[in-house]
Design a protein around this ligand. Structure first.
Ligand SMILES: [Cu+2]
Length: 279
């Protein structure tokens, strides 16, 4: 008997865009994270203090060192408690008073958790080496792109929802992007110059030659082209420089729900009009 399984999968990654306006560089070659006392019982997750800091940012090639400052053994395991280990890194059990380190070779956002205490989680953001920081406050704004797909069998169209939002929850407007989807190397969707007023758009692929599944995953790429209204001046933001690219996996079960999240970091943002404050 088969049960209907709904799986979800999060792909998190960040692309940091270099702008030419700010000469400020920050050293992001290393970062340290502490696994503090008391995390072997739930509670730390309420304040995101199971790993401190909860989120660290390093450059490609940088090393993150975790110290187990607790009296219990823990793990630092890439992935999420919900979806399981991603396989990118795993300390396995690391004992009190010891450290674990990992060198990050690819740009991306890497959530991780403790296999023993699944309420414990944290995030490592890996950016391009030398990515410039916002000169004002040392941080950039981040746009998040959610790419959610439905299910599609052979001969059916796959529905893809693309939602842009600011990392801090603000809505965005006048987003421009290209979207392309392929299955087994064959293009099933290719729309260029999409303009989106409110950050939420639906796309449908061509009828698929095979059901979207483990065997025939559909890969979706979204390229961010900047903020602005076509025909009314230049787009702002990292025009043409931000390419988000992520693979939609592959759950070939009865029901499939795929949610991929891409994060675009925008550095040295100058446009004020494109963000609608949340009411
Ligand atoms: Cu733990």
């Amino acid at each position: 008997m088969k049960t209907i399984a709904i799986s979800s999968f999060f792909v998190l990654f960040a692309i940091v865009v270099s702008m030419t306006t700010s000469p400020v560089f920050a050293d992001h070659s290393t970062a340290s994270v502490s696994n503090p006392q008391g995390t072997s019982v739930p509670g730390c997750e309420k304040t995101k203090e199971c790993y401190i800091p909860y989120e660290v940012t390093i450059d490609v090639g940088g090393v993150v060192t975790w110290s187990n400052d607790d009296s219990a053994a823990h793990t630092v395991t890439a992935g999420t408690a919900k979806d399981g280990p991603s396989g990118v890194f795993d300390s396995s059990l690391f004992m009190a008073g010891t450290t674990f380190e990992h060198k990050f070779e690819e740009v991306g956002t890497y959530p991780y958790f403790c296999m023993v205490h699944p309420w414990m989680d944290g995030i490592v953001v890996v950016q391009e080496a030398g990515a410039e920081e916002n000169g004002k406050n040392g941080g950039g704004e981040e746009i998040m792109v959610d790419i959610a797909t439905g299910t599609a069998g052979k001969g059916e169209r796959l529905s893809i929802d693309v939602t842009f939002s600011m990392m801090d929850g603000d809505m965005v407007e006048h987003v421009n992007y290209d979207i392309k989807a392929t299955q087994n190397g064959k293009v099933v969707l290719d729309e260029k110059g999409v303009h989106d007023h409110d950050g939420v758009m639906n796309h449908m692929t061509a009828p698929l030659e095979a059901a979207a599944s483990d065997m025939a995953p559909v890969k979706v790429d979204v390229m961010f082209n900047g903020f602005g209204i076509p025909g009314e001046g230049d787009f702002t933001g990292p025009v043409g420089q931000v390419a988000t690219k992520q693979v939609v996996p592959e759950f070939g079960t009865v029901a499939m729900m795929i949610l991929a999240v891409a994060i675009i970091s925008i550095v040295a943002v100058t446009s004020k009009s494109r963000v609608i404050p949340r009411l």
